[in-house]
Design a protein around this ligand. Structure first.
Ligand SMILES: Cc1cc2nc3c(=O)[nH]c(=O)nc-3n(C[C@H](O)[C@H](O)[C@H](O)COP(=O)(O)O)c2cc1C
Length: 260
């Protein structure tokens, strides 16, 4: 699929074929996509634990489920728990940016050297960041970007996926998540039982209300020619609800034994 179309066809899938397993190679591709994401100072905070639903004892599964997520977790055969390893900065102490210097990604042309890392980047940026109350927020931004690459790969592989929350303390215990890791969200993955359009692209606020040009309050005005180009590339698709969505949901619910 073309990149723009992958962006366009992605939407949170909540009806999975509970019996159809996901090929391990596709799960690996999701993880490979996460791994090559850009991240601040190349620190690589994201950690992911691939859990197969059917391997989770029923009582653990019950305890993991939250009201906003339970049905999704029951239906999706694979759950990828994404966490941030908050200990990486303290452990690596500038080793990752030095690696970037050694391979010619960060160069003296832009002020980079091992000495610059030791005398400025570590003491003035990395160490204070790792001790700041805002550290987990900064890291979550980073992890979200990497995890999203994996999410898009899932759709490129013909899978569906939906992020959900879960009971973090239960997950820590069940999957051996260390204290120094911050559990974030879980990517529930499987083959969609719903149509590829899944009722259409979900509502979003107008672009001009979200994004600005120059300063806040000056909307970034949409060029309609660009909108048409993105529609042709299938990135911007028909908005939900598509005709027949209610009937589709009713049929899916009946098939899966869910409330209507
Ligand atoms: C970090 C994150 C957490 C989410 N958690 C849940 C959740 O617990 N349950 C759920 O049904 N959807 C969850 N979603 C999906 C959003 O509700 C979704 O973005 C929304 O349904 C519409 O957008 P989409 O269909 O284009 O993804 C989550 C999404 C993100 C990014």
């Amino acid at each position: 699929m073309e990149f723009a179309e992958v962006l366009g066809i992605r939407r949170s899938i909540r009806y999975f074929d509970p019996e159809r397993p996901v090929e391990r190679e596709k799960i690996q591709k999701i993880l490979e996509a996460m791994r090559i994401a850009s991240c601040a100072m190349n620190a690589q905070w994201l950690r992911a634990i691939v859990v197969y639903r059917d391997d989770v004892p029923p009582e653990t599964m019950e305890a993991l489920k939250l009201p906003v997520a339970g049905v999704i977790q029951e239906l999706a055969p694979v759950h990828i728990y994404c966490c941030a390893d908050l200990s990486v900065i303290e452990r690596d102490r500038g080793a990752r940016p030095k690696e970037l210097i050694d391979v010619g990604a960060l160069n003296p042309s832009h002020g980079w050297s091992h000495r610059f890392v030791d005398e400025f980047v570590w003491p003035q940026i990395l160490e204070p960041l790792s001790k700041s109350p805002a550290y987990p927020i900064a890291v979550a931004f980073d992890v979200g970007g990497a995890a999203t690459q994996g999410l898009l790969m899932a759709f490129d592989e013909g899978l569906g996926a939906c992020w959900t929350a879960y009971n973090v303390e239960v997950a820590r215990e069940a999957f051996g998540i260390p204290d120094g890791w911050l559990p974030l969200h879980v990517m529930n993955v499987g083959y969609p039982l719903e149509s590829r359009e899944a009722g259409g692209q979900r509502p979003r606020q107008p672009l001009e209300e979200l994004y600005f040009e120059g300063r806040v309050g000056q909307p970034f005005r949409r060029d309609e020619a660009v909108v048409r180009e993105l529609e042709e590339a299938n990135m911007l698709q028909a908005s939900a609800p598509l005709p027949g969505r209610k009937e589709e949901v009713r049929e899916l619910s009946r098939k899966l034994g869910l409330p209507e």
